[in-house]
Design a binder for this molecule. Structure first.
Ligand code: PEP
Ligand code: MG
Length: 592
């Protein structure tokens, strides 16, 4: 009898991979059973608990020792965890509970933790209140040892496997060892999340938001990940494997065909050149940007040098990274975006990330302006890198014109400091802002006189305009780039840009989706920036379009009253062309 099961999720990154599943529990152990322990086995159960605590202690010590080197001797939150392990409230009371109630160690610990957490939460002092979270983390560590599971460091996985996890943070995803991990599947997550974006940049097939994946898939199960259609096949039959091998092969051949033409310019049929740029998170992705024929870097998400580390990089480290990117890309431009931490990109060593609503909190420019010491060091690093090529400076999450003024002041201060330190730099860099908060789109004319360019960040613009969490698969269907409100905002920003001679670019994921290309060109965007993987097909399709026609088409689309109506119109006019650019048929590589 066939054991084949198929589950669906979000097609987050195209491609097919077939291999053994490797389950990673990135969220700790949360399913705890209660069972009674016979009296004669109680001391054994207590010993099992003591061993788990001891293993947790050794594990913590090892982490503290290794991070001490990196932290120059600074203590860390882990030392507090180490103390908590020995805390009478937690340790002695769990042993007492096992003995008195004759129950298993996991359940006893869970009961004690619930009580201790309550005590912390009722404390007046905010700091102590927040320590309740530490108690939970410490107990998770003990529980993992009780379950015999080790905490997983994704960077260290050294088998050729497909990761299956409840969730993967952007920081974890960016640590994936590309030679080892073939692809991944998560229970939660959506296409526009940073995890989805990184999967596409890394060219790893990924299905996110496949809600029951970790329940249905066991370690070492053979699975197929179809990142093209967003499905996962568990225990595939022989015939299914053959079908998917062929699908994967066709996809790769088709991609390779597109890639061969990608180094040529993207010029429309009526002779307009459209710069097509790449988005990167890390220096290592520059290779992919170049290989895919990008005309420069339209978005360098510098926060990925910070996330997942337990400290802030120094000015020198940032400078070295930026300079390397700028030199490799020269004379093509590199758009360096200043730190856009928080939201779903929390800094692990940043205590301020415990915000109730991080997407609306101290994110991006707000965080930077609250930490001028850190911001200045990044601005200095950028100005220094600008001396090695063509750099544009981009500010994230701008919602007030004064945030630009404050940044310009800090830029001047950064330049002065570099002058007095006798260090080479270039102050004359183009300054731009992300248009990703609805306020900046609606009131774009207030921002235009202060900048050289706008870059529309549709990932957040859609999230904030339509009030949907971009990382939540439950509301994925509401993430609609063709929503009339979004199209009107884009049109409005471009009009303001044209009136004020401010260039308007787009670096959100919408820029890399073929379906939207005729509208974006027709509305008059000056440049598009995207996941490197998307560049070849976008360039190819641009060569098949006529700007005059797309202008007319964009007007028709903007008159649509719903995203469905707009979608149907695109399908009727450009559906065949889009399929030609995306259908993996090895015999029909489009030649534009
Ligand atoms: C965006 O919001 O569209 C964007 C490009 O920035 P990020 O995805 O890094 O938030
Ligand atoms: Mg954004």
């Amino acid at each position: 009898m066939s054991r084949e099961i198929r589950i669906n999720g979000v097609a987050a990154s195209p491609g097919i991979c077939i291999g053994k599943a490797y389950l990673v529990d990135t969220e700790g152990v949360d399913v705890i059973q209660k069972f009674s322990i016979p009296e004669e086995l109680l001391s054994q159960e207590v010993n099992r608990f003591k061993t788990a605590v001891n293993q947790s202690r050794l594990e913590l010590r090892a982490i503290i020792e290794s991070s001490k080197k990196k932290l120059n001797g600074h203590g860390s939150i882990l030392e507090a965890h180490e103390l908590l392990l020995r805390d009478k409230m937690l340790y002695a009371r769990t042993i007492e509970t096992i003995q008195e109630e004759q129950i298993n160690a996991e359940w006893a610990l869970k009961k004690v933790v619930a009580a201790v957490k309550q005590i912390f939460r009722e404390m007046e002092d905010q700091y102590l209140k927040e320590r309740a979270e530490d108690v939970v983390q410490v107990s998770d560590r003990i529980l993992r040892h009780l379950a015999g599971a080790n905490s997983v460091n994704i960077a260290e996985i050294n088998k050729r496997v497909i990761l299956v996890a409840p969730d993967l943070s952007p920081a974890e995803t960016s640590q994936i060892n590309l030679e080892r991990i073939k692809g991944f599947v998560t229970d939660v997550g959506a296409r526009a999340s940073h995890t989805g974006i990184i999967a596409r940049t890394l060219q790893l097939p990924a299905v996110l938001g496949a809600s029951t994946a970790t329940q249905q898939i066991q370690n070492d199960d053979l699975i197929i990940v179809d990142g093209i259609d967003g499905s996962v096949v568990i225990h595939p039959e022989e015939e299914t494997i053959i079908v998917y091998e062929e699908k994967g092969y066709n996809f790769e051949i088709f991609q390779a065909g597109l890639l061969r033409q990608s180094s040529c310019e993207a010029t429309t049929k009526d002779g307009i050149d459209i710069p097509v740029m790449g988005n990167i998170e890390l220096f290592s992705e520059v290779v992919s940007v170049k290989d895919h024929g990008a005309d420069g870097i339209g978005l360098y998400r510098t926060e990925f040098q910070f996330v997942g580390q337990n400290r802030f990089p120094s000015e020198e480290e940032m400078y070295t990274h930026y300079r390397d990117v700028v030199e490799v890309m020269a004379p093509k431009p590199v758009t360096i975006r200043t730190l856009d931490v928080n939201g779903d990109k929390a800094l692990s060593n940043n205590q301020r990330t415990a915000e109730p609503n991080p997407a609306l909190g101290l994110r991006g420019i707000r965080y930077c302006l609250s930490r001028p010491d850190l911001f200045i060091s990044q601005l200095k690093a950028i100005l220094r890198a600008a001396a090695h090529g063509k750099v544009r400076l981009l500010l994230p999450m701008i919602s007030l014109p004064s945030e630009i003024d404050d940044t310009i002041e800090l830029l001047d201060q950064a330049a002065q400091e570099l002058t007095s330190e006798g260090i080479d730099y270039q102050r004359d860099v183009e300054l731009g802002i992300m248009i990703e908060v609805p306020a900046a789109a609606v009131a774009a004319d207030l921002f235009a006189p202060k900048v050289d360019f706008f870059s529309i960040g549709t990932n957040d613009l859609i999230q904030y305009t339509l009030a949907i969490d971009r990382g939540n698969s439950e509301v994925e269907h509401l993430f609609q780039p063709l929503h009339p409100a979004i199209l009107q905002m884009i049109r409005q920003v471009i009009r303001v840009g044209q009136k004020n001679k401010v260039k308007v670019y787009m670096c959100g994921e919408m820029a890399g989706e073929l379906e939207y290309l005729p509208i974006l060109l027709g509305l008059g965007l000056d440049e598009l920036s995207m996941n490197p993987q998307a560049i070849p097909a976008v360039k190819c399709m641009i060569r098949s379009l006529n700007i005059d026609e797309t202008r007319q088409f964009a007007q028709e689309i903007c008159a649509c009253e719903s995203s469905d109506a707009a979608h149907d119109l695109i399908e009727s006019r450009y559906g065949a062309l889009i399929r030609e650019m995306t259908t993996p048929d090895p015999n029909e590589v489009p030649l534009a």
